[in-house]
Design a binder for this molecule. Structure first.
Ligand SMILES: Cc1cc2nc3c(=O)[nH]c(=O)nc-3n(C[C@H](O)[C@H](O)[C@H](O)COP(=O)(O)O)c2cc1C
Ligand code: SF4
Length: 515
């Protein structure tokens, strides 16, 4: 019996995957053909979604993008045997977009049935936890430290150091909190993991619990991810049933409980202390630091707050060793980054690569250039608080330090491309507007500064007292940079000033070299 894969990933579903799955079921029934339909995660080739795969003796073969009306033709062409059709993409693993990636964290995404524990186990799942159960907590932390893993949520803080702080904080109760708020524009790697391989996150959080002595975990999930919520809850229930969560993990006598909590749609609740407030049932206001959440976190107890990708990278580190993970990457950026390519781009999707790949390779070798066919003029990397980079910086390697040297950030690895029709003054205005809409209101530079920033940008765009307002904009950005309590206000100047510095002509100013 043939096995057919149709993703249940939200992006594939938004492009019609549900209707394609139904059409395949119907067509098979009409033709009296028996087949097994698996709803997998997405391989991350969003330009080919809904991408249908078929298992053949020579491996999996892909077709896409498939629409319901293509289904009878696919049956006629013999797609169940992997035969050729106009939508053939060939052997899945040989598609260059996929073949040239280094998939560590996303190793199983798109391959397995996300809610099948058996599938997870048969694809090396829970090997990291088995190793961790036989180790001392400090040795687990050391393995993570040795891997060089840095937080993938944005700040790139070394995960091992954070874990060590929680390990050494004496307390009767500690917590593991997964930051699944994923609010950055153009990002979706957390969602892809949660929808495509939820067990890897559950395993990573369980290992984190063992490492620091925490017995309770929470996944703080953004409300805009209802499919991830369903899939996570299904996987958590399966893990409980099989003894991978609960009172005695795999009969070890060590316990770890886990549940999902849903946010309410505030970008600032991705900031770790606002997230903790929200998790405690309060309004999402940013807390003063210190104390760090690692010392005084959820309900006043020592707490690890880590991003989905950080935690989902832990099982492979505990399975294959910190050195294996560390061998990927460059400089102080070790391992791999799930890069999310979006915006005006021909082939958007998820590309997991070792650090060191250049922006240009991602944009052109993978992305195929702009969707509009016009030149790519700018990219914003690292979400709405990330800097814009002009074409002259496209040869920068994806590396935390290389980006910092350009006054830019890698953040959560989201890249949004814009062609030459973009108006960068409007983008700068939008950054201020976004900050004004999402500010938690606790500190003045952000709360008032962002609103004044929109007004100043409006005057610049309208060419009113132009030079005076440009000076005022720089002054305001300086205050926000230096005086904001958290990175929402503190980093809004990144998109604003990078737009102004790299594209002054859009602000009605002469380019510096031409002045
Ligand atoms: C305004 C704002 C929004 C943030 N949103 C997220 C988010 O959605 N997901 C995330 O993992 N980190 C987010 N962060 C970063 C977190 O505060 C924190 O650094 C992160 O969860 C730590 O995990 P990591 O060390 O694994 O990256 C945000 C920070 C700020 C200032
Ligand atoms: S910078 Fe903005 S979001 Fe952050 S604490 Fe201040 S007001 Fe709140």
């Amino acid at each position: 019996m043939a096995t057919v894969y149709v993703p249940r990933d939200s992006s594939a579903v938004s492009l019609g995957a549900e209707r394609v799955a139904e059409a395949i079921r119907r067509e098979a029934a009409q033709r009296g053909v028996e087949l097994k339909l698996v709803r997998n995660g997405s391989r991350g080739l969003y330009w080919a979604e809904p991408m249908v795969e078929v298992s053949t003796v020579a491996g999996r073969v892909a077709y896409g993008p498939v629409q319901p009306q293509d289904v009878p033709g696919l049956f006629d062409a013999g797609f169940l045997e992997g035969k050729s059709h106009a939508l053939s993409l060939g052997a899945t693993e040989e598609i260059l977009y996929l073949k040239n990636q280094e998939r560590l964290t996303n190793a199983r995404v798109g391959i397995t049935d996300p809610v099948s524990l058996e599938d997870y186990l048969s694809h090396d799942g829970y090997r990291g936890l088995k190793n961790a159960l036989a180790m001392q907590p400090a040795d687990i932390v050391k393995e993570v430290t040795d891997s060089g893993l840095r937080g993938r949520g944005g700040a790139a803080f070394p995960t091992g150091i954070k874990w060590n702080t929680v390990l050494n904080a004496p307390s009767d109760q500690k917590y593991i909190v997964c930051n699944a708020d994923e609010g950055d524009s153009g990002t979706f790697s957390d969602r892809m993991i949660m929808e495509g391989d939820p067990f890897v996150l559950i395993e990573g959080m369980t290992i984190a619990g063992l490492a620091v002595g925490a017995t309770q975990g929470y996944i703080y999930l953004r409300v805009e991810y209802p499919n991830a919520l369903t899939i996570l809850n299904e996987a958590i229930a399966a893990a409980y049933r099989a003894g991978y969560l609960g009172q005695s993990l795999c009969g070890s006598g060590k316990s770890f409980d886990l549940e999902v909590r849903v946010g309410a749609g505030a970008y600032v609740c991705g900031e770790e202390t606002a997230l903790l407030e929200s998790l405690e049932g309060k309004r999402g206001l940013v807390r003063f630091k210190p104390p760090l959440p690692a010392i005084v976190g959820l309900f006043g107890k020592p707490t690890i707050v880590n991003n989905v990708i950080s935690l989902a990278s832990v099982p492979i580190i505990l399975d294959k060793g910190g050195t294996h993970y560390r061998d990927f990457g460059m400089g102080r950026s070790r391992g791999t980054l799930p890069i999310q390519l979006a915006g005006n781009i021909k082939r958007p999707g998820l590309i997991e690569k070792a650090f060191g790949v250049t922006l240009r390779e991602i944009l052109y070798d993978y992305g195929g250039g702009s969707a509009s066919g016009r030149p790519i003029r700018a990219v914003q990397v690292g979400g709405p608080l990330g800097a814009f980079l002009p074409e002259s910086q496209f040869d920068t390697p994806l590396d935390y330090e290389a980006f910092a040297a350009l006054w830019a950030v890698l953040g959560h690895g989201g890249i949004v491309a814009f062609d030459d029709t973009v108006d960068m003054a409007r983008m700068a205005r939008y950054a201020m507007e976004f900050c004004a809409a999402e500010s938690c209101g606790k500190c003045t530079p952000c709360r008032i500064g962002s609103t004044r920033g929109v007004e100043v940008m409006d005057r610049i765009i309208a060419n009113r007292e132009h030079d005076k307002n440009l000076l005022l904009l720089r002054d305001l950005c300086d205050t926000m940079l230096g005086g904001s309590l958290c990175a929402l206000g503190g980093m809004t100047p990144y998109p604003v000033l990078s737009a102004l510095n790299h594209f002054p002509e859009d602000f009605g100013a002469a380019k510096p070299e031409a002045a």
